[in-house]
Ligand binder design. Sequence first.
Ligand SMILES: NC(=O)c1ccc[n+]([C@@H]2O[C@H](COP(=O)([O-])OP(=O)(O)OC[C@H]3O[C@@H](n4cnc5c(N)ncnc54)[C@H](OP(=O)(O)O)[C@@H]3O)[C@@H](O)[C@H]2O)c1
Length: 219
Amino acid sequence: MKVGILGTGMVGNAIGTKLVETGHQTMMGSRTAGSEAGREWKKSTGGKGQIGTFTDAAAFGEIIFDCTNGANSIAALRQAGAQNLRGKILVQVSNPLDFSKGMPPSLTVCNTDSLGEQIQREFPEARVVKALNTMNCRVMVEPSLVPGDHNLFLCGNDAAAKAEVTKHLGAWFGWKPGNVIDLGDITGSRGTEMFLPLWLRLFGMFGDATFNIQVVRGG
Ligand SMILES: NC(=O)c1ccc[n+]([C@@H]2O[C@H](COP(=O)([O-])OP(=O)(O)OC[C@H]3O[C@@H](n4cnc5c(N)ncnc54)[C@H](OP(=O)(O)O)[C@@H]3O)[C@@H](O)[C@H]2O)c1
């Protein structure tokens, strides 16, 4: 499958590398063609990964991962182009973290809205599935790094898109379908994005990002 990755940071790298390793044609997008981070990634894949602009990667992908800086995701997606997102699944991984006032970051949007919703509103013809944003990127692509069962949340307005993403996350990264929790429509993004302050606090306490949460139900 042809996959477009928007974002050259550690998340784009982790997802892009895993996809190249599992035999997918993968293009990583940046604001500029041939960015240094993009070139480094391409080199790390032995030249198998392709690079381009956000527009190139979105046009290339049959499915697209948004791994951009959350405070600038809408700008990045505008550069990617609504026409290149139309009808495609957009796995929306970025979080609306605002580092402008230092640490810890706050959220650029919360409570009654979310980045996932803002993106679905801005690109109504994209099939936005918010997913993977509540864990470190190493855990995203290799859940067995954390022992036992633990959960991945996803949400979105398109049930078929969510089913397809669940299938791909299993086949590509090893997520058991039983550990994927569907939170319903895209407004579910509010909760997963507002989990970030707790995630960051846990990271600070543990001094290590290799953890995840497991929802345990009674009754
Ligand atoms: N780190 C994790 O493990 C983790 C886990 C869960 C979720 N997340 C979320 O995933 C997202 C990506 O995180 P990251 O650390 O990999 O990367 P990042 O440093 O947050 O973002 C890098 C990407 O954002 C683009 N970007 C930066 N400023 C921009 C602007 N003004 N306009 C348009 N694009 C801009 C960069 O473009 P260029 O390539 O042109 O520089 C680059 O491709 C974030 O939202 C983060 O909160 C991270």
